[in-house]
Ligand binder design. Structure first.
Ligand SMILES: [Cu+2]
Length: 478
């Protein structure tokens, strides 16, 4: 809009100067002559001579001026040496402006000049209307996109719709309802309450300010004020009910990824349910027929909401405890990317302007991630969850291979289990692996896309982002 104003002013100014110089209008800061006493001006003796005979007030005087213009004008044109043939037509036009130039004499302009300037002005007006439409989407209204901030570098074309802009826009800091520092951890085990044999969990969604590093905060969409959302843990065969209250500035739903359940409980917005409006509660209820590592996440504007933190782990223990693959320690590892610029948080996406610059394990970037403590000979079960929505992370553990024992919640039969030291954890995937502490010291778990182990492209204490330690007791030189 400001470009339009500047362009309009730059184009109108020369035309204005020209009109003033030709006497068609008075310029800025000049005094408009009062037509009621124009008789006192000595520019036209004929006006004075007729004043007394008409005397019908201002309007009459103006009409009188208009009527008198031709004679004045003809004489001025003649003095300028212009062809008399032009004088009559010019004077007709001058009559229209008679009041304005009454104190300055007749305009010195030809009809051809006036026509040219008129068409030039109309051309510029048409260009001013059509050129922006050729380069910008003029169908967007302030009501649809007012106040939103787009990520720097996002490609915006005429096809970029208001919906696309809202999807990619920064989280509005005014929507933040609570702020949490590094003392608040994500993925807390949420204890259910029992109601007539049903395990009941309460989840609510809101916008929070969440700390991922000593000096870095993000604005996140969160379940129960934490990123990741609380871990829901129950047993195969349990009847569970999850009450979801939406306190986001937009609609949402929750999808129970990988679970076999009634279709109406699947949480797919506009497909299996109407999305939950701000302030509304939706009750999800189902019986857990499977066991293993699963997760839940938003399924409404999912590329925005899950990407901003709306996900959490679902751990379902086997009905028969003997089916559990044993380990001395267990750690669930949920992955996420962030895009933070100038204090604003945008949903990170694999697209222009959406590439992430921070990466978190359980809502923390290294070196603020957890450390797992073990002894030599002990085993660790790591549940990798691809809670990230746009990026694959080849997760690697130092100090020896692990055994992949389950994929996507399904326990692999012993003959299908395999050893590896790196496993690609794609969006939506889960892998349970068993790692044995063979040697003492600090062993790293990290993503092997090495940009994902930096914080805003910088390494701190040997890395960043998707990195954490396993500390195995003992002498690291052995
Ligand atoms: Cu990665």
């Amino acid at each position: 809009m400001s470009i339009g104003i500047i362009a309009g002013f730059a184009l109108a100014y020369p035309v204005n100067v020209w009109m003033v110089s030709r006497g068609m209008k008075h310029g800025l800061m000049t005094v408009r002559p009062d037509s009621s006493d124009s008789g006192e001006h000595n520019h036209s003796s004929s006006h004075a001579s007729h004043q007394g005979s008409h005397g019908h007030g201002d309007m009459a005087q103006m009409n009188h001026d208009l009527a008198e213009q031709p004679s004045d004008h003809t004489s001025s044109q003649a003095k300028d040496g212009k062809a008399p043939a032009h004088s009559h037509t010019n004077s007709q036009h001058a009559g229209q402006h008679g009041e304005h130039h009454a104190g300055h004499g007749a305009p010195s302009v030809t009809r051809a000049q006036l026509t040219a300037v008129t068409f030039f002005s109309l051309f510029l007006l048409a260009a001013g209307m059509t050129l922006p439409a050729a380069f910008f989407n003029l169908r967007l209204s302030a009501e649809e996109v007012g106040g939103i901030i787009m990520p720097p570098g996002m490609i915006m074309t005429q096809e970029t719709s208001a919906e696309a802009m809202r999807d990619m826009a920064a989280v509005d800091p005014r929507d933040v309802s609570a702020k949490y520092d590094l003392s608040q951890r994500g993925a807390h085990i949420l204890e259910p309450r029992l109601e007539n044999g049903v395990k009941v969990f309460d989840l609510d969604t809101s916008v929070i300010r969440w700390q991922i590093l000593p000096k870095t905060f993000v604005n996140a969409y969160a379940f129960n004020g934490q990123v990741p959302g609380p871990t829901l843990r129950f047993r195969q065969g349990d009847r569970v009910r999850i009450n979801v209250t939406n306190r986001l500035p937009e609609t949402t739903t929750v999808h129970w990824h990988g679970l076999v359940l009634p279709n109406v409980m699947d949480g797919a917005a506009h497909v299996t349910q109407e999305p939950i409006k701000n302030g509304d509660i939706y009750r999800y209820e189902f019986t857990a027929v499977q066991s293993g590592t699963y997760f839940y996440h938003s399924h409404d504007h999912v590329d925005r909401q899950q990407t901003l933190g709306l996900y959490g782990a679902l751990i379902i223990d086997p009905a028969n405890p003997a089916d559990t693959i044993p380990a001395d320690h267990e750690y669930t590892l949920q992955l996420q990317e962030w895009l933070v610029r100038d204090g604003l948080t945008y949903p990170a996406m694999p697209m222009e302007g959406g590439m992430p610059n921070y990466f978190t394990i359980n809502g923390r970037a290294y070196p603020s991630t957890d450390t797992i403590k073990m002894k030599v000979g002990e085993t660790l079960k790591v549940r990798f969850i691809g809670s990230s929505s746009g990026f694959i992370h080849p997760m690697h553990i130092h100090g020896g291979p692990f055994v992949v024992v389950a994929r996507d919640g399904e326990t692999l039969p012993p003959s299908a289990r395999f050893k590896a030291d790196t496993i690609n954890v794609g969006p939506g995937q889960r892998y349970d692996v068993i790692w044995t502490a063979l040697k003492p010291g600090k062993w790293m778990i990290h993503c092997h896309i090495l940009h994902h182990t930096t914080n805003n492209n910088v390494e701190h204490d040997g890395g960043g982002g998707l990195m954490m330690h396993i500390e195995v007791e003992g002498d690291p030189t052995t």
